[in-house]
Write a protein that binds this ligand. Structure first.
Ligand code: 6R9
Length: 664
């Protein structure tokens, strides 16, 4: 850390340290979309009808008959009998009033490349043309179309084109490996892929199509794909007969219009794979009516989005945050949503602040891992730019520590912007626990109370509410419109993963069903919730969910590895980092060559985000007498923490041995 940054911290701490609660600025409250504190009581009293407020933000083709059908828990249905189309809601209905206004403002990584601005009119046109093209190559309603694309405008275009023709999309993060792509396409039986030649990362032109092609080799069925040419002459590729050039396809369909397909509220809008406790990623199913109304309502109530805003979320569309809060929520509200292709430190560490200043960004939604990096780089970078257009700041993905919160508040928000610390998950579709920025005070480090109309309790292992201040498990006691409906073609696993823990699974009374997101949390006297982190075998590395089992199975596949355990260790910037403990097979040396093969195998199976921080070779793993690996101990070692109880171990000596290796 530079001296200057150090001095700033001291000053900041001195002034803000004791302040545990912050009121939203008056200027914000006056203009906020939601500013009436009565909303909490009102929603409680009228639940589930309160969620008409979310549905009302959308245009429906057929009105729904029932807000909630809870006759078959936990298979809840929302806005039943209603029908709508997501692309109509994100595009067509804005044309009359906002056709010439920017829908997507795209900033490429190279600074000498012009931004690409799509007005609603232009976005509508291109979505129609691509929808016609998709149909032409055979895509029908309900076919799952996979997208394996970085942050380029054709990604939201492809998503909306699918939505238009009623084909659910499944977006696979571009940083994931070829294997990860193949697993997801096989699991979803997806016969269509939209991808691209490559993209820029810190100045380099990265090849992406080679990786996509490698993935396709492991897909068990035929695939028709579309390839966007992002890099032009920088990268030449030849396309196979079942691969179509994006530009050629849309040119062939220039001027085409595609009648939006009427989708039932409960029809699938998309699938999103996420990590769970087992090695197999979970295909989370989201619907057209419930999900879209949830994305729209939370964007309006929490992010305070108005049509005239220029809103900027720095997430990647390959994750749920990008789905809900770059694409669907903002576009449903008719605002301008910003997409940035690159990293925040390219070419300089002020790239985001330059974008905020240039585009006069009004809301910025980012992650604690990014904020920690900004803080480390120092305030000279934001200070060099005029950030006064900002009205609200948001964070998501992992807990934010009060110091990072206060830095964000002061140096980015100029102490004039409320911060929303939003807790939610892929499965919840949108935000769940956070302050309403125009209503509630903020407490740094605590996400806040549940949103109105949500029933969140912090419970002990018996399901009884814990006292304020005590750690427990976060649960959601009533359904909500944005919830996942099931895991793709696996209703049984849906119940096992999310409901079994705290529900009476024999009951058909919804009161007996409780959703468990597998997070630990505590609550204070004012009902503010501090989320402590995952309580399952899932790591949160830079806000990305990684299953330890997925990583372990990649390691044990390496020749020379007998056994492996993966745990999370605290990391200054990433929040959590991957620590691996490996037992070699007889006759194999735990050396750098093997380390290299392990790292490569993890990158092949998942992607560079799962690259281990440390690989420790050990003759044994700490195990209980029943043979279970004591992960807690391995975590303590990674964190250089006081070791927990070792008395139940079969092999207590090994702990010291491992500790010496890690801490050397
Ligand atoms: C949206 C998203 C979900 C997990 C979740 C929790 C952690 C997300 C948080 C937070 C503390 C916050 N998480 N937001 N923890 N405070 N504001 O990140 O979805 O990728 O599915 O991750 O992230 O552990 O369970 P997803």
């Amino acid at each position: 850390m530079s001296d200057e940054a150090g001095a700033e911290d001291v000053e900041l701490e001195a002034r803000l340290e004791e302040q545990a609660e912050f009121e939203p600025p008056e200027s914000f409250v006056e203009q906020a979309n939601v500013s009436d504190p009565e909303i909490y009581e009102e929603f409680d009293e009228t639940w589930p009808n309160c969620w008409r407020a979310a549905a009302e933000l959308l245009d429906w083709e057929d009105d729904y008959d029932q807000v909630l059908d809870d006759s078959n828990p936990p298979f809840y249905e929302w806005f039943t009998g209603g029908s709508l189309n997501a692309s109509t809601n994100c595009l067509d209905r804005h044309l009359e009033e906002r056709g010439d206004e920017a829908a997507v403002e795209w900033v490429g990584e190279p600074t000498d490349e012009a931004n690409r601005t799509y007005t609603y009119e232009e976005l509508h046109r291109e979505v129609n043309e691509f929808a016609a093209a998709l149909r032409d190559i055979g895509v029908e309603e309900d076919d799952v179309v996979t997208m394996y694309m970085p942050m380029i405008p054709e990604l939201p275009i492809a998503m909306l084109a699918c939505a238009r023709i009623g084909a659910p999309h499944s977006v696979v993060f571009a940083g994931f490996s070829a294997d990860a792509l193949a697993t997801r396409m096989n699991s979803a039986d997806s016969e269509y892929l939209v991808t691209c030649d490559g993209y820029y990362r810190r100045g380099d032109a990265l090849d992406h199509l080679d990786k996509a092609n490698e993935g396709l080799e492991s897909v068990e069925h035929d695939v028709e794909s579309v390839v966007v040419d992002r890099l032009g002459d920088e990268l030449e590729h030849s396309l196979a007969p079942n691969q179509h050039d994006y530009e050629e396809l849309v040119t062939e369909h220039a001027g085409a219009t595609v009648e939006p397909v009427d989708r039932d509220a409960e029809d699938m809008l998309f699938l999103m794979y996420t990590s769970g406790t087992t090695g197999q990623p979970k295909g989370v199913k989201h619907t057209t009516g419930g999900y879209l109304s949830w994305a729209a309502w939370t964007s309006q109530a929490v992010l305070d989005i108005k049509p005239e805003d220029t809103y900027f979320c720095t997430a990647d569309i390959g994750w749920i945050t990008g789905h809900s809060y770059i694409v669907y929520g903002p576009l449903a509200l008719g605002t301008t949503t910003t997409m940035y292709e690159g990293t925040p430190d390219h070419p300089e560490r002020d790239r985001l602040w330059e974008i905020v200043e240039d585009l006069e960004v009004t809301q910025l939604y980012t992650a604690p891992t990014a904020i920690r990096a900004f803080m480390k780089w120092g305030s000279e970078y934001p200070d060099a730019h005029d950030l006064s257009s900002l009205r609200l700041l948001g964070t998501v993905g992992e807990p934010i520590n009060p110091r990072a919160w206060k830095w964000y508040y002061k140096y980015i928000g100029g102490e004039e912007c409320p911060i929303v610390d939003t807790w939610w998950q892929t499965e919840t579709g949108g935000m769940m626990v956070t302050t309403l920025p125009g209503v509630k005070n903020m407490k740094p480090g605590s996400a806040g109370p549940p949103l109105p109309g949500l029933d969140v309790e912090i419970v002990d292992t018996n399901g009884d509410q814990v006292e304020p201040g005590r750690a427990g498990y976060l649960t959601v006691q009533k359904p909500w419109p944005g919830m996942l409906r099931t895991l793709y073609q696996n209703d049984e696993r849906y119940i096992e993963e999310y409901w079994e823990e705290y529900s009476d699974t024999d009951s058909d009374d919804p009161e007996d069903w409780v959703y468990f997101p597998e997070d630990g949390a505590k609550i204070d006297e004012d009902g503010y919730i501090t989320v402590l982190g995952r309580v399952d075998d899932v790591l949160n590395v830079s806000g990305h969910r990684l299953g330890t089992m997925e990583i372990e199975s990649a390691i044990v596949g390496v020749e020379g590895v007998a056994e492996a355990a993966v745990v999370g260790g605290e990391h200054e910037l990433k929040g959590e980092a991957v620590y691996t403990y490996v037992i070699t097979e007889d006759g194999y040396e735990g050396d750098d060559a093997l380390r290299q093969r392990i790292t490569e195998s993890i990158e092949d199976a998942i992607g560079p985000i799962a690259r281990p921080e440390e690989i420790v070779f050990t003759p044994e793993l700490p195990k209980t007498r029943s043979g279970k690996i004591m992960r807690r101990l391995l975590e303590d070692i990674a964190n250089e923490a006081e070791l927990g109880d070792t008395s139940t171990l079969r092999n207590p000596d090994v702990v010291e041995e491992i500790r010496t290796k890690v801490q050397d």
